[in-house]
Design a protein around this ligand. Structure first.
Ligand code: SAM
Ligand code: SF4
Length: 386
């Protein structure tokens, strides 16, 4: 693991010089290669419900937003899981708003059926459900759970993520409990959420390492005009406000790869939304090793509007698969086979017959020296994007 100090992470987040940033991205790409290899794992995303009881200030699915809602039935979800197998994916991700209309026993039955009928790993991303429910789903066969802690700063968290009634919302504690249950755990943040300072984002990245996350998703905050954080004139952190730019996301992904070398890191759909041309490729070149193509059928995918303009909403699963495979090939990477989990035994290992992460680890890393922005030569003053 790269030992980056808080000041070094902070320095990199503030760095703007292209030559220095190219070194950061190259180092992250090498660490990715050495630890998880060149495979890009495909996780089919099925957005199983757009109902939500929560009022997150950033999200278009928040309970009070008036918008058509849907909840998929068992047959629809099973059809998506079989589509994932047909397209060669190793994992199906079931994501939803925090929807207690998704009854725990019912979902356990769906999980059991997917496990019985397919070789897929199952990832859940269903918000802050009860521990007993998560335990039931784990026993039914779910392998992984994603819940972004959104920010490590307690005050910002309380401001953007209101409690639900008297229930204490503690996503970090939830992650620790999920790990104890045997789940692979994934978390993450949005870069550029109003009120997020460079200091806060640096601490977020340190918390990824402290939690030893198996998966980390980082995308840009994309303002939804019908949410409190998307309203005109929303308060920001002024000069210390992290921008919600592609470059900032790429820096955060690269630093996360350095501090969490073995984690699975997606090049997110939100990143592809702010750069539809090659945002995903930039993600893969900056440390990411996962794509999450959307399998949700129409018209539901159009209704799962977390933020406006979401990439791939007008394509179907087959088109998405074709497009993503082309992007992977053009970077001389290849699609990972098997479930592509991090922890051996729990949810499968990449088994492509090509280089494995263990093989890759046997090679020498690029450098043992910590990469520090302050130690680099000066270069041209301003960077836009690669
Ligand atoms: N309800 C579950 C939860 O909150 O964990 C899963 C679904 S939720 C829509 C998935 C993620 O979408 C959130 O964790 C958040 O980081 C991201 N998200 C929500 N609103 C967003 C926005 N305006 N821009 C970018 N990402 C957003
Ligand atoms: Fe609901 Fe998740 Fe959106 Fe929050 S982020 S409003 S929990 S869907």
């Amino acid at each position: 693991m790269q030992r980056l100090t808080h000041e070094e992470i902070l320095g990199w987040l503030r760095e703007t010089r292209p030559a220095q940033l190219d070194q950061l991205f190259a180092q992250a790409d090498q660490v990715r290669h050495d630890n998880v290899g060149d495979a890009v794992h495909l996780r089919g995303l099925v957005e199983i419900s757009s109902y939500c009881v929560r009022q997150c200030h950033y999200c278009g699915l928040r309970a009070s937003r008036v918008t058509p809602r849907y909840r998929m039935n068992r047959e629809e979800i099973l059809t998506c899981a079989h589509k994932a197998v047909e397209l060669g994916f190793g994992t199906v991700v079931m994501q939803a708003g925090e929807d207690f209309g998704i009854e725990a026993e019912w979902l356990a039955g769906v999980i059991r059926q997917i496990k019985a009928e397919t070789p897929l790993a199952i990832t859940l991303s269903l918000g802050e459900r009860l521990l007993d429910e998560a335990r039931l789903w784990r026993q039914a066969g779910a392998d992984r759970y994603l819940v972004r802690f959104e920010t490590s700063d307690p005050q910002l968290y309380a401001a953007i993520h209101p409690q639900r009634g008297a229930a204490i919302s503690d996503r970090v504690e939830l992650l620790r409990e999920l790990r104890k249950m045997g789940y692979e755990i994934g978390s993450g943040v949005m870069a550029g959420i109003p009120g997020q300072t460079y200091e806060i984002l640096a601490r977020d990245i340190e918390l990824f390492a402290e939690l030893d996350l198996d998966m980390v998703g980082i995308g840009p905050f994309i303002a939804h005009p019908e949410t409190p954080l998307g309203a005109p004139g929303v308060a920001t952190a002024g000069e210390e406000q992290v921008p919600s730019s592609e470059l900032m996301v790429l820096k955060a992904v690269a630093l996360t790869r350095l501090v969490c070398p073995e984690a699975n890191l997606p090049a997110t759909t939100a990143l592809a939304t702010i750069n539809t041309v090659d945002g995903r490729e930039h993600g893969l070149e900056s440390g990411a090793n996962v794509f999450m193509p959307i399998l949700t059928p129409s018209p539901y995918r159009q209704m799962y509007q977390i933020y406006p303009g979401k990439a791939c909403v007008d394509e179907d699963a087959t088109q998405c698969n074709h497009c993503l495979r082309g992007r992977i090939q053009r970077l001389n990477r290849y699609v990972g086979e098997g479930q592509g989990g991090r922890r051996s035994g729990s949810s499968g290992e990449a088994s492509s017959g090509k280089e494995t992460s263990t093989d890759a680890k046997a090679r020498q890393p690029l450098s043992d020296e910590p990469l520090s922005p302050s130690l680099q030569d000066d270069a041209s003053p301003l960077v836009v994007l690669r």
